[in-house]
Design a binder for this molecule. Structure first.
Ligand code: ACO
Length: 428
């Protein structure tokens, strides 16, 4: 039976349908409210706004649950490769052996960049931020070909999705190589996704890099854990751009830019910068927490807090164990991991953080893993963007395949000046 919420304004009652998601989440449908009443809803920062219905990812922030297409993140992190997870997110089911092989073959086939794109790397100033290079290069893919995908044409989408997921890896490694003045290393067809990336990052023309199984495993897990996270800042950006019918490459390059900021994907860099600073300046974890709690310092504990998770971030739990295992296997004694763990333990028992429901998020431990692998600090958010690409594509597809899709166009409450008379220059 249909359920309604009732809103009473100026003596009029408006009935607003209540919709229920597959996991029992309920939403008040306000899409007709303005037509019926002239009212809009106001929710700065979208903390309480569902911007769409989606079949891709489910999060229960109170219970610390994250599932891609119904599969718990813990299971995928343990059993699935990043490539399989990407296929699952985009096409909605775990690939059969044949589907998986076909998708892997496409990734191999499309891993190289057009030779003219290689020249772009020389044109960026030394020390350019790799996120700027990444977004520019993803957008540049559209200068070579604009993806032509009819709504519902999964075969065409698979080709362009494979191109993006494969080329973002090549671009990431090439941007690093060019930033340190080393020759760009080309992809190898015999290597799997993660190992191929490590090869392009760390091989030299005269010396092949060989990834250890522990490093490949940890990086694969990192990418799986970052592959999607429903309507976050960058994914909402991709959907917004897609709703204007921009092509897949353009929409995903917008996602890269949105990911850049320190409150979003940039937080993984900030966490390690914060730990390094504490170490350099001899600030103990407790002293640092005191600084954070004192609002006049305007400082945050980076890698802590999340708009949706109010209990724990399941990705952070998995990464904490993975960081421990990786460092043990590599026989690395990283003081930053010890500091991170002490900070987390103190914060988790501190009233300030408990009352505000602030827990370690995905970025808190990921930097420790990337550091152990040898990924430089300014590449951390680039690594996040590589991981998030499948989620962006899956969300682009939902918009693109929806025949009734409207352009995303929020309203606002105008609070600026009322109508004013223009004043001639001499009279101002
Ligand atoms: N350290 C200290 N205090 C914090 C933190 C933090 N990391 N996060 C939130 N708070 C406090 C705020 O100061 C505020 O306190 P108040 O009520 O006394 O004013 C309260 O908690 C609520 O904070 P908001 O900023 O309103 O929470 P919001 O849900 O908007 O922000 C966010 C979420 C941006 C993730 C925030 O927790 C933050 O800035 N964390 C640090 C950056 C970070 O790790 N970002 C990565 C997020 S995960 C991702 O995008 C991949």
């Amino acid at each position: 039976m249909a359920e309604y919420a009732r809103l009473e304004v100026d003596g009029h009652v408006y009935e607003l349908p209540i919709l229920t998601g597959t996991e029992g989440e309920r939403a008040v449908d306000i899409s007709k409210l303005r037509t019926q009443s002239g009212l809009i809803t106001l929710d700065d920062g979208y903390g309480n706004t569902g911007s769409c219905s989606s079949e891709v990812t489910f999060i229960d922030g109170d219970e610390g649950i994250l599932r891609y297409r119904g599969y718990p993140i813990e299971t995928l992190a343990e059993h699935s490769s990043f490539v399989e997870t990407a296929y699952l997110l985009i096409f909605g089911h775990l690939p059969t052996q044949a589907e998986r092989e076909h998708f892997s073959d496409l990734l191999t086939e499309y891993s190289a960049l057009h030779e003219s794109m290689m020249k772009h790397f020389d044109a960026f100033p030394t020390n350019s931020h790799p996120m700027a290079i990444m977004s520019a290069m993803i957008n540049s893919l559209s200068t070579h070909e604009r993806p032509k995908i009819e709504p519902g044409d999964d075969a065409a989408l698979e080709i362009y999705a494979a191109k993006l997921i494969s080329k973002i890896r090549t671009i990431a490694a090439a941007s690093y190589k060019s930033s340190i003045g080393q020759p760009i290393i080309y992809p190898r067809p015999d290597l799997r996704y993660v190992d191929n990336f490590l090869h392009m990052m760390f091989s030299l023309p005269y010396k092949e890099y060989e990834a250890s199984p522990e490093v490949s495993h940890a990086l694969n897990m990192f990418l799986v854990l970052h592959a999607d996270h429903e309507q976050n800042c960058s994914t909402s950006t991709v959907r917004m751009v897609a709703s204007g019918e921009a092509n897949l490459y353009a929409a995903c390059s917008a996602g890269v830019v949105a990911l850049w900021g320190p409150k979003h994907g940039g937080a993984n860099t900030e966490v390690v910068t914060m730990l390094q600073r504490m170490r350099r300046e001899g600030i103990s974890p407790q002293e640092f927490l005191n600084q954070v709690k004192d609002k006049k310092n305007n400082r945050r504990l980076m890698g802590f807090g999340h708009r949706v998770y109010r209990n724990f971030d399941p990705r952070s739990k998995i990464l904490r164990g993975a960081a421990d295992r990786l460092l043990t296997a590599m026989k690395i004694d990283d003081p930053l991991l010890g500091m991170a763990q002490e900070l987390a333990d103190l914060a988790l028992n501190d009233d300030y953080f408990v009352e505000r429901k602030l827990y370690p998020n995905v970025d808190f431990y990921s930097g420790v893993i990337l550091r152990a692998i040898g990924i430089p600090l300014n590449m951390y958010t680039v690594m996040f963007s590589m991981g998030r690409m499948p989620g962006w594509i899956a969300n682009w597809k939902e918009i693109h395949d929806n025949p009734g899709q409207k352009i995303y166009r929020p309203r606002q409450l105008y609070v600026g000046s009322e109508k004013r008379e223009w004043v001639p220059r001499h009279a101002r």
